[in-house]
Design a protein around this ligand. Structure first.
Ligand SMILES: Nc1ncnc2c1ncn2[C@@H]1O[C@H](COP(=O)(O)OP(=O)(O)O)[C@@H](O)[C@H]1O
Ligand SMILES: [Mg+2]
Length: 295
């Protein structure tokens, strides 16, 4: 393959992209000083997925990969008495308490406007709570700023309802872009790209452009992009919101597969059917109030 990801200048490399794509990539790719290694040294992936690239999650290797994850001990996500009121006075979340353990798969349900996206935005550091504490991967989010917040964000994969792909880049380039901008070597990009595309069933579409793909395929590209850098936490905000039931099931199946190789997954959906046919824990938001529906 001749992969030619456009070389972004990290200060200004995203100009020319649609605003929301740029906003998404900018928060993901913000220039950071690597915690370890020199420039160009890839961030340390979780060992589960570096040892077992996505797509190789056979059941025999799952247990081994789960037990070999070298992440800090403790829950992946903790919210303590978290409230969020937007500047216009909208109360999006009220006194939310939630713990998500490593390796969990959690559904967050609730009607439109109930606070689902806000909850994920708080976990991703895109919004700040007015009250309460949030811990992600043992880091207190309120204490993280600038570089350290950007480093944490790199360890969180995010998937949106509307995909947010770069329109004039191929599937391969869209997925490789994140790695490239994080300073991964060309060799490492290739090592990660193919198993990831295979895992989402898109190895045959690597040279297609987003507008040549179905909605389901575009969403699978965005999942590949979210996990290609092997984050320990994946947040998916209504990932099936624009999809028919068959494609929705396929997306959930991929998220479950990622969970089986050790990634903690939090998915919001207002699709009660998807939640009913699955046996994962479920919490529900109603007017910003969270309650546990199924543990
Ligand atoms: N940026 C914002 N500014 C003001 N109000 C907002 C903003 N984002 C969301 N809200 C409000 O917060 C509430 C929760 O929104 P949201 O988290 O998007 O809900 P959901 O994702 O469940 O549809 C809604 O009342 C919404 O109008
Ligand atoms: Mg929402």
């Amino acid at each position: 393959m001749t992969m030619t990801p456009v070389a972004p200048r990290l200060d200004d490399g995203l100009s020319g992209l649609p605003d929301e794509v740029r906003a998404h990539l900018h928060s993901r790719l913000k220039v950071v000083v690597p915690a370890q290694g020199g420039p160009g040294a890839p961030p340390q992936p979780i060992s589960a997925t570096s040892a077992v690239p996505p797509g190789n999650g056979h059941s025999s290797s799952e247990a081994a990969s789960k037990s070999s994850v070298k992440e800090p001990a403790g829950p992946m996500v903790v919210l303590e008495n978290v409230s969020k009121v937007y500047k216009n006075g909208s109360q999006a979340l009220s006194q939310v308490n939630l713990q998500v353990n490593r390796g969990d798969f959690l559904f967050v349900t609730g009607p439109s406007g109930s606070g689902k996206s806000t909850l994920l935005k708080l976990l991703y550091g895109q919004e700040r709570p007015n009250e309460g504490n949030i811990l992600v991967n043992t880091e207190r989010l309120d204490r993280l700023k600038g570089n350290r917040l950007a480093m944490l964000r790199r360890r969180i994969g995010v998937v949106f309802q509307d995909y947010k792909l770069i329109p004039r880049r191929t599937v391969a380039e869209n997925v490789a872009f994140v790695l490239w901008a994080q300073g991964f070597t060309r060799k490492e990009i290739h090592r990660r790209l193919w198993p990831t595309l295979k895992m989402v069933g898109l190895q045959g579409k690597s040279q297609c452009f987003p507008d040549e793909l179905s909605g389901g395929e575009q969403q699978r590209v965005s999942i590949a992009r979210a996990v290609v850098s092997t984050p320990p936490l994946l947040l998916a905000d209504e990932p099936t919101g624009n999809l028919d039931s068959e494609n929705s099931l396929q997306v959930i199946k991929i998220l479950k597969k990622l969970n089986s190789i050790g990634i903690t997954v939090i998915v919001t959906t207002h699709d009660e059917h998807l939640v009913r046919i699955s046996n994962h824990p479920v919490v529900q938001l109603n007017n910003g109030v969270l309650r546990h529906l199924r543990c």
